[in-house]
Write a protein that binds this ligand. Structure first.
Ligand code: GUN
Length: 281
């Protein structure tokens, strides 16, 4: 079997076209232009690349965006003050604080300061809680994009065995929750899992978000599985995923490339969440 490529770039382009039309309609009907504030602190190179991609994406769909590029020496108090101002800013519907934050700043405290209604990353405990309860909420962008990619295959999720590698609050845990919501039987694997291969081998749907290049090899994957590579590591200036593409391509039915798979979908979902936040006003 040769896997079909799950082209996140193409799908995200279609989604962005729809968002651009919805923004025009919202502006016409209610005079609202969705606005996103992006905050980055410190000089982590990969984070700066992601942030500039997010800014460009906003512009491409006609969204208003405002960026705060702060030094790594910023204090928590100063950062919280900026968030308070953005919470009160009528033109801003979504606030994104790029992670990781510099040492000494409490990520949880920062995420909790953003109004849940402007938390387009879905990292506030209230939004995490709503997701857990299966209620409507702002859902973290990468997990939301992963589900869109799986749905794009047309293969039903209900009743399938889904294995998620990684238990981060940003990707692993919310992805598992969303798969459960779609009625998959879900296994979460992590660094302390014994015999990862035995779990992975039984996955009809495999999502790997470990950040360990070459973790998923061809001989671990079930014939015909859908494989989503959400690993993001920069190795020698190149973005690499968790999956050995050349090996797994011969076994899986569908496979996301890195780059061009999950990454563009994360950005499309960020725009979708910002539009949703603006429409909820
Ligand atoms: N760092 C890595 N992924 C993300 C993300 O989805 N949102 C934010 N804010 N920071 C990140």
């Amino acid at each position: 079997m040769t896997a079909k490529i799950l082209d996140g770039k193409k799908l995200s382009k279609e989604i962005k076209e729809k968002i651009a039309n919805d923004i025009k309609a919202l502006q016409k009907s209610k005079g609202i232009i969705p606005g996103l504030a992006v905050i980055i602190a410190g000089d982590d190179e990969a984070s700066h690349v992601y942030v500039s991609m997010k800014e460009k994406a906003c512009e491409s769909v006609g969204m208003y965006s405002k960026s705060f590029k702060l030094p790594g020496t910023i204090t928590q108090e100063e950062l919280l003050k900026i968030i308070d101002e953005l919470n009160d800013d009528e033109k801003i519907h979504g606030i994104l604080v790029q992670l990781p934050l510099p040492p000494g700043i409490d990520e949880r405290m920062v995420n909790e300061r953003i109004l849940p209604s402007k938390d387009i990353d879905g990292f506030h405990a209230i939004n995490h809680g709503r997701l857990f309860l299966g209620e409507d909420s702002l859902i973290p962008c990468t997990p939301k994009g992963i589900i869109e990619l799986i749905k794009y295959t047309g293969v039903p999720i209900s009743g399938k065995h889904a294995v998620v590698i990684g238990r981060s609050n940003i990707v692993g845990k919310p992805t598992a929750m969303l798969l459960l919501r779609e009625n998959a039987t879900v296994t979460i694997c992590h660094s302390k899992t014994k015999d990862l291969t035995s779990h992975v081998r039984s996955a009809d749907i495999l999502v790997s978000a470990a950040g360990i290049p070459n973790l998923v090899r061809g001989n671990m994957v079930k014939e015909g599985a859908i494989v989503i590579d959400a690993g993001t590591r920069v190795v020698e200036d190149k973005l690499v995923g968790d999956v050995n593409f050349n090996e797994v391509e011969k076994i899986a039915s569908w496979l996301t490339p890195v780059p061009g798979g999950v990454g563009p979908m994360t950005i499309a979902m960020l725009l979708q969440n910002t539009l949703k936040a603006a429409m909820m006003k």
